[in-house]
Design a protein around this ligand. Sequence first.
Ligand code: GTP
Ligand code: MG
Length: 339
Amino acid sequence: MKREEGITFDNFNYQRGLFATLSGYFVNHQIGGSKKGLENKMKQTEKFRSGYVTIIGEPNVGKSTLLNAILGEKLAIVTPKPQTTRNRITGILTTDNYQIIFLDTPGILRPKYRLQEHLIKAAFAAADDADVILYMIDVKNLPPPEFGILERIKKSGGTLILVINKIDLIPKTTLLPLISSYSQKFDFQEIIPISATQGDGVSDLLDLIVKYIPYGPAYYPEDQLSDLPERFFVAETIREKVFLKTKQEIPYASCVLVDEFKERERGKIYIHATIYVERNSQKGIIIGKGGRTLKEIGQLAREEIETLLQAPVFLNIRVKVKENWRKNERDLKELGYGI
Ligand SMILES: Nc1nc2c(ncn2[C@@H]2O[C@H](COP(=O)(O)OP(=O)(O)OP(=O)(O)O)[C@@H](O)[C@H]2O)c(=O)[nH]1
Ligand SMILES: [Mg+2]
């Protein structure tokens, strides 16, 4: 993975068309050797398409799983717990014919605390920018459609596609009646059933999306996978392990900041990170008896970060208390959840 010093741009102040080569550390595909200049990487042919696709829906429906399936890389963290994603995650897919920037968003829900207000804002802001909006539902958990939300999305002007996910969990015969009932309930431009984990329907969905992407030049160099810095994905990987290794309120009361990220001798990367929790008792649980839980979190995270960065990694994680950070706007900003 290549690394370039530069300006890191704030992922919340994202602007369409801003070239991500300005960002500090970003995630690249491992294609060839050196990175050529932006100009000769830009696809300029007349038939080339480029645009934005936002994935939106309630928590836990499989949005991040779909992003990863489309990109063929694990970019967004995925856990069985709802409200895993907290930021807008960008994934860039470039082929000879198109460049599509996918935005995975936090699940939309009724906000109970300040952090959740931020999550919903991030989701809607991403929809406002999109050429295509994928509204995703989970076939095993179908709450009544939120027409208010759908109307709000529709106003953004992008093509609205209903993606019915997790079809591996139901008999095929129940699918047709479901599709027809949804087509009567709301004016979706397209409805498509998929299984994001099995890959069923994912390439059909991609073909469908491409049809609605306008002609235009690429926004990013073709080997770029995201506009978010590597540090962000490092913090997310640690947060995923906290989600997987702890229960109840702990994952939700936790967030991760990377304090130091340095490449030292022989390509080894030294990373110091802090897990913040809201109370002392939560700190004890994350650390675990004799430090066992934290050790497990660190070990799992390190292995995955090494794959992501394609380099040996030294990972040091501390746990600190930041009381009620989820409710405090200043803390939220400091922790990367700018409102
Ligand atoms: N059986 C099955 N499970 C799936 C499918 N897609 C996703 N899942 C599972 O659903 C759970 C939630 O997936 P995520 O991708 O994290 O869902 P999300 O919509 O991003 O959730 P939030 O970030 O919380 O909004 C995980 O356990 C996934 O493995 C699918 O097609 N079939
Ligand atoms: Mg998610």
